[in-house]
Design a protein around this ligand. Sequence first.
Ligand code: SF4
Ligand code: SF4
Length: 147
Amino acid sequence: MTGSKTSDDKPIYSISAAAKLLNISVHTLRMYEREGLIVPFKKESNQRSYSQGDIDRINCIRNEINASKISINGIRTIYSMIPCWDIVKCSKKERGKCASFNGSDSPCWTYDHSNNVCGTKNCRECIVYSQYSACCNVKELIKSLSK
Ligand code: SF4
Ligand code: SF4
């Protein structure tokens, strides 16, 4: 499930261009990042940029929030339940050091992992973020929870 990079993965939009495309404010886009809905590409200067895939992801999540009347907090909770340890197969020792594993209520990619194996990884390229938290999978999860 690693997949190769497509043109949709290329970070081509600045934060203001992305916000304009999404018809939201830069402040809201930053809030989505803080809440763990999105992991933007970061340049060395710490400037954010966004790909078409990022725009599609946010649009899809926003539609789902409106259609299912689920809050951002609800989406974040759903993301926090993705069993990254099982998917990535990190060791027991790594889990023991990991704040995300030990009582997380936020997605794994929102934590500081400088003391464990995830600290050297790029979450945007990790299947936990790119595949398991893809909007279509969140939709399925919401549907199954609301049955
Ligand atoms: S965030 Fe990384 S180290 Fe922590 S439990 Fe998940 S895969 Fe393991
Ligand atoms: S690399 Fe990032 S998204 Fe992947 S398991 Fe680790 S913290 Fe989560």
